[in-house]
Ligand binder design. Structure first.
Ligand SMILES: Cc1cc2nc3c(=O)[nH]c(=O)nc-3n(C[C@H](O)[C@H](O)[C@H](O)COP(=O)(O)OP(=O)(O)OC[C@H]3O[C@@H](n4cnc5c(N)ncnc54)[C@H](O)[C@@H]3O)c2cc1C
Length: 462
């Protein structure tokens, strides 16, 4: 009988399992730890709701909305406060609100007047992205150096914990390359998009940020509940995978027709497998530590009227940035208290994230004191160390993706999904898992022996 093994119970593995469950295809999901969710981890400490990993989802996204409805979670959705669209960037030691309109752009002190003129010239820059162009080179070429320093650099450290000098523009932000290719300019592409939207007559859905009333872990918990405990084996770290002469896979003494691997790549290269996965070592996951800190409201002078504050590398601060969870969502901290989540390390300085908490705290407090007017010690500290936090979409990731496509094409019933393949956001990971499940379902129903056939280009790249 056909049966699928899913290795890894993060959101990618759960999403794949849910698709199989809906199609009544038998499977077992193996998760190493005592619970599913992977990077998504919500904690309740000192009267606070703390996110150790991801803090929010962003929408609208039809596929995410569909999943939320299928899981009956619509009433659990908790939208961000209206002022969460406000984001602060530090320039010359001052948090400055990022402009959200043309009028704000004209008056903002975040960019100098020459930099604003340079930005407005973007539609007339005629160059095109060359293969292997870094995100920093792309941004500087199209928008100039100040937007790179004071917008892209801090945003990339907020999303990827990454460095724009190392990330590949095409791998990390393929939409930007597409916009340039199709319209010759980012501004022209945006104007085209809004013209098309107006012409469609449909109202524009505003961008939303949200979580769930009981935190982000609601999503993997509900998925695991709907999938059912009989199909999920927690406390089951998989160490080796055997390929049988029948074309099936032997995992934890059980036999499966199909195998879907959703582990972070550094965990996959530890597995004993009948195929070589050492090419995965090319993907780096720099360390990040998050500290969630609880204060009295009157310990800070800053109004915290936004999503958070990001810090460009050139400001030479210890921390990468701070989220303001108790300003974004309700019930994150007790009344008259505020919760801050500070991020340290990332590709800017991964070793810093590995320092003991006692060595981190004085630096963190100094930054918070100087940037947000903090006084005194926190009432509670929650520390979360992600030794391998987020895969970096550098130039090295593209050959890895080609290798994966070839492995899938040449090995019967072998599939890969996860945040190292289709993008790092939770939504990307959900789609990655769903896409792999759809390929399994399609191949099982047509009797096709393996995944996608590599294109000539892909074969040439191997
Ligand atoms: C600090 C941080 C903040 C983030 N913030 C956001 C955010 O705000 N919004 C957003 O959209 N995204 C955010 N992300 C990214 C997002 O959370 C992840 O990309 C996504 O959750 C990854 O899901 P995954 O299933 O691909 O991998 P993982 O979550 O890593 O899941 C892999 C699973 O495999 C299991 N496993 C490992 N080895 C084995 C083994 N040998 N056998 C069996 N199981 C094994 C692990 O225990 C884990 O459960 C953040 C990530 C981090 C680290």
């Amino acid at each position: 009988m056909k049966r699928v093994a899913i290795i890894g119970g993060g959101i990618s593995g759960l999403s794949a399992a849910w698709e199989l469950k809906k199609k009544k295809i038998p499977f077992i999901l193996f998760e190493a730890t005592d619970q599913c969710g992977g990077a998504i981890r919500t904690l309740h400490e000192a009267g606070c709701l703390i996110e150790a990993g991801p803090n929010s989802l962003s929408g609208p996204h039809p596929e995410l909305d569909r999943l939320i409805n299928e899981l009956d979670l619509a009433t659990e959705v908790c939208p961000a406060d209206a002022h969460a669209s406000n984001r602060f960037i530090v320039r010359d030691g001052q948090p400055i609100a990022l402009p959200r309109s043309f009028a704000e752009f004209i008056t903002t002190p975040l960019f100098s007047t020459p930099a604003k003129w340079r930005l407005l010239k973007e539609p007339f820059i005629r160059s095109q992205s060359a293969p292997g162009e870094t995100l920093a080179a792309f941004t500087e070429r199209r928008l100039g150096s100040e937007p790179l320093t004071y917008a892209l650099n801090p945003f990339v450290s907020g999303i990827y914990a990454g460095d724009p000098d190392r990330l590949s523009a095409a791998a990390a932000f393929p939409t930007l390359i597409e916009m340039e290719r199709e319209h010759g300019s980012l501004l022209r592409a945006m104007m085209h998009r809004s013209k098309k939207q107006r012409a469609s007559g449909k109202p524009r859905s505003p961008r939303t940020i949200y979580t769930f009333k009981e935190g982000m872990q609601t999503l993997p918990n509900r998925l695991a509940e709907k999938i059912g405990s009989d199909a999920i084996k927690t406390h089951h770290p998989i160490e080796d995978i055997e390929a049988l002469s029948s074309g099936e896979w032997k995992i934890a003494d059980e036999v499966f027709s199909d195998l879907l691997l959703t582990l972070p790549t550094h965990a996959q290269s530890q597995l004993v497998t009948p195929f070589d996965l050492t090419f995965f070592d090319a993907i780096r996951y720099p360390a990040v530590t998050s500290l969630s800190l609880l204060y009295d409201r009157n310990q800070l002078t800053h109004p915290l009227n936004g999503f958070g504050m990001l810090i460009p590398a050139c400001e030479n601060r210890f921390i990468l940035g701070v989220l303001f969870p108790s300003s974004i969502f309700p019930n994150r901290a007790p009344e008259n208290k505020i919760l801050l989540t500070v991020f340290i390390g990332g590709d800017r300085d991964p070793d810093r994230a590995l320092l003991p908490r006692d060595q981190l705290l004085p630096h963190v407090e100094k930054d918070l004191q100087e940037l947000l007017g903090l006084q005194g010690a926190p009432h509670h500290i929650s520390t979360h160390r992600w030794v391998d936090a987020i895969p970096q979409y550098t130039a090295e990731i593209e050959p890895v993706h080609h290798q994966l496509t070839l492995l899938e094409a040449t090995h019967l019933g072998l599939y890969f999904a996860g945040n190292y393949r289709d993008g790092i956001s939770i939504t990307n990971a959900i789609l990655s898992g769903r896409n792999a499940a759809e390929r399994i379902i399609e191949n099982q129903s047509t009797g096709k022996e393996s995944g996608a056939t590599p294109t000539l280009d892909e074969e040439n790249n191997l």
